[in-house]
Write a protein of this length. Structure first.
Length: 69
């Protein structure tokens, strides 16, 4: 996965990030790979970043509310 995009995701969701959920580089990479496989178009923007966040949370077993989806 594109290292620049992974760093972008981690700036938001990694340790010390703007919305720190303690996402690891491995989680970001796995989530990004899943999103890129499922997306019609993957451009590495804020929408893709948020999809990666949601995929990682689901992998962790967190339940997402309707408002978050």
């Amino acid at each position: 996965m594109n290292e620049g995009f992974l760093n972008y995701v981690l700036q938001f969701y990694g340790p010390g990030g703007l919305y720190d959920i303690k996402m690891t580089p491995d989680e970001a990479d796995r989530g990004a790979r899943i999103v890129s496989m499922l997306a019609r178009e993957f451009v590495g923007d804020s929408v893709d970043r948020e999809k990666v966040r949601d995929v990682v949370r689901v992998i962790r077993g967190e339940k997402l509310t309707k408002l978050e989806i």
